[in-house]
Design a protein. Structure first.
Length: 102
C-alpha cells in the first residue's frame, strides 16, 4: 500500500495532512493490525485486510479533528462519544483475528 493509494481512498489532500503525518498514522495502524490479526509473513495483505487497514487509518485521521473523542452536543442527549470500535473493521478482520485466552 502506498501513500498515494491511501490518500486517494481517504480523499485527504496534502494541505490537510502531509505525507510524514499520514505515514506515521499508516505505520501505527499497520502495527496494530499485525498484532490483532494473522498477517502473511511476507507482509502482503489480502483484500479484506487492506480494506480494514484503510478504514483504520481513516478513523484515526477523522478523529484528529474531534477533541477528547466527543462529538457535537445534541440538544436532547448532550455530547456523544466516538465509538471504540468500527463494526466494518471487525467484519473484515474477523476471519484472521488472533484470539487470546487466559
Amino acid at each position: 500500500m502506498t501513500l498515494a493509494d491511501l490518500r486517494a481512498w481517504l480523499q485527504v489532500p496534502v494541505s490537510v495532512l502531509d505525507d510524514p503525518q499520514l505515514q506515521q498514522v499508516l505505520d501505527a495502524e499497520t502495527i496494530l493490525q499485525a498484532r490483532a490479526c494473522r498477517v502473511p509473513d511476507d507482509g502482503t495483505l489480502t483484500a479484506d485486510l487492506t480494506q480494514a487497514l484503510y478504514r483504520r487509518v481513516g478513523r484515526e485521521v477523522a478523529a484528529r479533528g474531534v477533541p477528547l473523542g466527543m462529538l457535537g452536543a445534541d440538544s436532547e442527549y448532550g455530547p456523544a462519544r466516538l465509538t471504540r470500535w468500527d463494526s466494518e473493521i471487525d467484519r473484515l478482520e474477523g476471519p484472521t483475528r488472533v484470539l487470546v485466552f487466559g
